[in-house]
Design a protein around this ligand. Sequence first.
Ligand code: CA2
Length: 158
Amino acid sequence: MADSATPAATTVLLLNGPNLNLLGTRDPGQYGTETLADIERRVRSLGAELGVAVECAQSNHEGELVEHVHRAREMDGIVLNPGAFAHYSIALRDAIDAVDTPCVEVHISNVYAREPFRHTSVTAPVAAGYIAGCGPFGYELALRAVLSRIEERRTARG
Ligand code: CA2
């Protein structure tokens, strides 16, 4: 059990939005062949290498995603692929803005090379960072990026 002499382990929430549970089942040209379970394994394993606990969640429901973000108030960081909610969910944006937990947004595909409605993210302006178009590897980049933000905050707070 953590006491004042033992700092609590860093914990990051890996949160995926609507339809991302279908990864690996179709559309490999856009999203690759890895399943969401493969991606979660990959990010957890990088977390273990870096001494960070990664908790994974996925939901197809806006309200549930909002609640997961609220739950992350007790955590150190969030890696979030909001899926299509990135393009229009003000509720998700407000949740990210409301919690004092740095959030790095990630998209598997290069949304800027796709339809114009994917070029807007309402969540990105309240995120601590944004990664798109790097495939599933983007999640590893996002974990490293959020850890760097967490470290910066710890240094600034002394
Ligand atoms: O590129 C991304 O990661 C996206 O967040 C994926 C979302 C899309 O709406 C965003 O514009 C960009 C869609 C996820 C759908 O995933 C599927 C995977 C396999 C089969 C069908 C859907």
